[in-house]
Design a protein around this ligand. Structure first.
Ligand code: SF4
Length: 436
């Protein structure tokens, strides 16, 4: 039987938290490979709930152990590390989040076979450093394995990845079908039971669609998913039942970009089906909901289905920036949506509103105005620091002022917004955070 090791790497970053951070593509790949004849080992090296990782990391006093927080969120295990040379002038601590090299080495020593393939997922473009470390380490044990790298870094920074990982297969496609060009696959056995990859979970990751019909000029959704696709209700319910049967009545985190699209014929039906099973935990939307799609009906359903904390994507209250955001929302939509949520029973503290901060050309006063607008209308403002995403119109624009982002993905990190953008230097940023 061919064998595969799938790895979600630990990461290096200035800040990171477990806001429903499960590697959905890698989870899907594990089942996809198993159905095609592979014996799969799955290592999520970022998972703060992994008991073995936690006990290993606890033995090192330099490591801060992750904690669980309200609404199924949490922090990762972390340790302050040396910054790479290019980031040495950034006045913030650089950390490793998740497990570490020593822990991975321990896992590798216990593998009793030689894997045919090793698949590594690199989610953010500025997280490639740990993947480099992991490829080198794993190759030392399994030199004959084919290394397949995927994830947003591979898809958005392909030129950089080719230089960084010359001996790896860089898989930059949305679905897995073309893996057949690189590895041997049997005919799929669709009756095969799904793999139980995690020992314990506090939420189940569900996705009901991929892509988005909007084209905000700072977002890569339409590059990664040229067409928006909603999954069949039966497909979503299969996922739900798998998690419910294997892990119990967990919270749900929806990973969609536009969860509320065609609400009455899509999400509403899914919620009805889920509630019929007797489900009574809490639902979450890590990505903000689209404000203009919320009316009384939607708000009532969100409440009935126990969406505990509502995240809304307003981005800005300034008409210019709303127009720049593909005119997906205006202030009237926002006021109406919040009224509908209040009517359904949500209070100010239950409604978090994402405001983008640090867009190229944006002024600090634009942000101050947006914070006041959100507060005056009965919701809570939250900042989402802008990061330049390769391939987007704003990336090209920001590259004119800060060309380093083109050749060095580490500079694309949202945590470096204040480092790249003089209008929002660290002091201004701290002042703005005090307004929240
Ligand atoms: S609405 Fe959200 S997901 Fe869609 S393009 Fe805009 S930022 Fe991206």
């Amino acid at each position: 039987m061919p064998t595969a090791i799938l790895i979600n790497p630990y990461i290096y970053d200035f800040a990171a938290c477990d806001l429903f951070a499960k590697p959905l593509s890698l989870i899907k790949l594990a089942d996809w490979l198993a159905r095609r004849g592979y014996d799969v080992i799955f290592w999520d090296l970022l998972n703060p709930l992994d008991k073995e990782i936690t006990s290993f990391m606890k033995s090192n006093p330099r490591i801060k152990i992750g904690k669980r927080q309200k609404y199924s969120r949490g922090t990762f295990h972390s340790e302050i590390c040396m910054k790479p040379d290019v980031l040495k002038n950034v006045p913030r601590h650089f950390r490793r989040y998740g497990a570490n090299r020593e822990y991975l080495e321990k896992l590798l020593k216990n593998v009793s076979f030689k894997p045919d393939i090793v698949c590594i997922c690199i989610t953010m473009t500025y997280w490639y450093l740990s993947a480099g470390e992991i490829v080198e380490l794993v190759r030392g044990y399994f030199a004959d394995a084919a290394f397949i790298l995927g994830g947003n870094y591979i898809r958005l920074c392909n030129d950089h990845a080719r230089k960084m990982f010359p001996d790896c297969i860089l898989y930059n496609e949305q679905d897995f079908d073309n893996l057949k060009n690189y590895i041997h696959l049997r005919e799929p056995d669709m009756n095969m039971k799904r793999l139980r990859l995690y020992e314990n979970l506090v939420y189940m990751p569900l996705q009901t669609s991929t892509g988005c019909f909007n084209k905000c000029p700072y977002c890569a959704s339409s590059i990664l998913y040229p067409e928006m696709r909603q999954f069949e209700i039966a497909e979503v319910m299969d996922d739900f039942r798998f998690y419910q049967e294997n892990y119990g009545n967990l919270d749900i985190a929806f990973y969609d970009d536009v969860l509320l699209h065609d609400f009455n014929t899509h999400l509403k039906i899914i919620l009805e089906e889920i509630l019929k099973t007797g489900y009574n935990a809490m639902m979450h939307t890590p990505n903000g909901l689209q404000v203009n799609l919320i009316d009384d009906n939607v708000a009532e359903w969100l409440k009935r289905a126990n969406f505990g904390y509502i995240r809304l994507s307003l981005e800005s209250s300034v008409p210019y920036w709303q127009k720049e955001s593909d005119s997906k929302v205006d202030n009237t939509h926002f006021i109406d949506a919040v009224k509908a949520l209040h009517k359904a029973g949500y209070e100010k503290d239950d409604i978090g509103v994402y405001l983008l901060i640090g867009l190229p050309g944006q002024k600090a006063k634009d942000v101050t105005e947006a914070v006041s607008f959100v507060k005056e209308n009965g919701a809570t403002a939250r900042f989402s620091e802008y990061s330049p995403v390769p391939g987007t119109p704003y990336f090209r624009y920001e590259a004119e002022a800060f060309p380093q982002i083109v050749d060095e993905p580490l500079f694309q990190n949202c945590s470096l917004m204040a480092y790249r953008n003089r209008e929002f230097d660290y002091e201004t940023l701290e002042d703005l955070k005090r307004l929240l």
